[in-house]
Design a protein around this ligand. Sequence first.
Ligand code: AKG
Ligand code: FE2
Length: 341
Amino acid sequence: MEPIVTALKSVPIIDLTPARLGSQADKLAVARQIDEAARSIGFLVVRGHGVPQEVIEAASSVTRRFYDLSPSEKGRSRPRSKGVYRGYFGLETGNLASTIDEANAKPDHREYFTLGPVDVDAADPYYRTDLAKEIFLPNIWPADPQFRPAIEAYYRQMEELAGLLMNLCALGLGLDESWFDDKFDKHTTNLVLSNYPDQPDGVMDGQLRAGAHTDYGSLTILKTEDKPGGLEVQTADGRWEAVPIVADAFIINLGDLMAYWTNDEWVSTMHRVVNPPRDKAVGSRRQSLVFFHQPNYDARIACIPTCTAQAPKYPVTTANAHLQSKMAKMNDTPKFAEATN
Ligand SMILES: O=C(O)CCC(=O)C(=O)O
Ligand SMILES: [Fe+2]
């Protein structure tokens, strides 16, 4: 049976099938729907995406198995040195609301596992500079022999879907569909597997599963679960609304770089993950597979040629400079310092 679709007019559900299998005109029609969502709410739900269900299920199930391990077993996947953004980070190591400079932001009631690109060609000189070596760090893999193949397969499927979405974004913005290609051909995307545990004892005052924030990259592809205590977006008039969970679909949202590229014609929308109601706190455990599509580290982020109706608002930057400024705030927590010592 299909889960209930929460009625929410502001986050549209878009079928990608015509963009994958149809004519150029079909593709353009889908691109227009994406453009409309991107201008109004910055979130969309996509179905007909072509990602095999078994790849999603395998990635979800190894993730679940990983989070079922004891704290000390999970701790074996912790990074061994400071500054290594790979592997397992425990509860309250991250503080998403601090990335929007929220005073008094509490660390997130979430644990996560993060990995970077899975097909780096170590012989390519691009990856051999000192900066590139800091960015393309080797991934950390837990002992479960099924974990790495399932997660790598999922990562590669997300790369393909993200490529399609970026082509559609380019078309939606009136650019050649390949406009973003050379900005993502050596992308630095992190896949974050997040777990929001049950909250039998409640949480600190003001603490959330994930504090309000915008995402830092170009776009985010999210696979999550329909559980009490879920994802909310902030609408233009400041209200928080639940994002619909649709079977066989992914939630997509734009990140800051899209707002910079488009001079705010497209929105990087504020969102958060709320706590379950107290009477549903047990059994509310929720996991998310979050693909933060992030350009090449040296990609130049400047107002794109079709978005110059107003004078450019943002100084020119690079993808990595923006990411690092956000990560420094996100990881400025006592538990992050402990975890990476
Ligand atoms: O778990 C979710 O639903 C979304 C989490 C999120 O917004 C993030 O990790 O950036
Ligand atoms: Fe987010």
